[in-house]
Design a protein around this ligand. Structure first.
Ligand code: SAM
Length: 261
């Protein structure tokens, strides 16, 4: 289940009851204070944080997390994995744990939470339905041939460690971010203003909302918890051919077009 991003604010009653009724709770949280808060809700909370180690492949870490969770499931316990944000958003271990549990015949359920994505829509005043919104893991955008639509929003996750092919680092330096900028520069001007965003994880904090030019991103401080938001750089292009086809249909059905958003 997802604990949401901000301590105390995002945990619903259903998710809370899942925690309270579990025999064992595993915690994949981003903040030590949030982990202390969770510890008060249950007597057997086991942190997944020690599995992370600089120099160790994240895939190995995630597999060990899944194994730790499944070991208790196989022992017949009711197990709750608590992850910050939404447990199914840019998170491998929660999806895998559910998949493996079900494949072995155990019932498993994912309870959604409020993710960084939800917070950024609120904090930055963005409606993803206005122009559309693409989400990419930043490294995947570099490792594969992808098509970006610069008329929509672009949200980049894990920019703090962009380009890390070892999967073993917690951060990468300016030269790696420069590669990201070079890829983005195919679709965006270098003076395009982008936002480095971090939602509050404690109620006393303010969100980080820092605007920089795309070309200055390599020198900007971007950490593991930051998400980068690139607003549209070009207007939507009307599709005359499809509009004409739809107008034909409207005429045949006696509908009167009143304009398009
Ligand atoms: C492994 S993903 C986990 C996302 C999480 N499951 C969620 O629902 O938001 C980690 C990435 O989430 C984003 N992230 C994590 N904490 C954040 C925060 N406080 N504010 C904004 N983005 C955050 C960053 O892009 C970070 O690299």
């Amino acid at each position: 289940m997802g604990l949401g991003m901000t301590l105390g604010s995002h945990l619903g009653p259903l998710a809370r009851s899942h925690i309270e009724q579990a025999d064992v709770v595993f915690a994949g949280l981003s903040d030590g204070i949030v982990e202390m808060w969770l510890n008060q809700m249950h007597a057997d909370v086991r942190s997944l944080q020690p599995y992370y180690q600089e120099g160790k492949s994240r895939m190995q870490t995630y597999r060990q997390m899944v194994e730790a969770i499944l070991t208790e499931v196989r022992a017949g316990k009711r197990v709750c994995g608590v992850f910050y944000g939404h447990p199914g958003v840019f998170a491998w271990a929660p999806h895998k744990s559910i998949e493996v549990a079900r494949s072995e015949g155990y019932p498993a359920h994912m309870e959604p939470g409020i993710s960084a994505e939800d917070c950024l829509y609120a904090d930055l005043g963005i409606d993803p339905g206005r122009f559309g919104c693409q989400h990419f893991e930043a490294s995947q955008l570099l490792f594969y041939q992808r098509r970006i639509d610069p008329t929509a929003y672009l949200v980049l996750w894990q920019v703090g460690l962009v380009g890390d092919q070892s999967l073993a680092r917690f951060s990468t330096g300016p030269a790696y971010k420069q590669v990201l900028v070079d890829v983005l520069a195919r679709d965006y001007p270098l003076d395009h203003e982008i936002t480095i965003y971090r939602s509050a994880t404690l109620p006393i904090q303010q969100a980080r909302i820092e605007r920089v030019k795309l070309g200055d991103l390599p020198q900007a401080k971007v950490e593991m918890e930051d998400t980068v938001v690139v607003p549209p750089a070009a207007p939507l292009q009307p599709n005359a051919e499809i509009r004409a086809r739809l107008a034909e249909l409207d005429r045949a059905e006696g509908a009167t077009p009143v304009g398009i958003l």
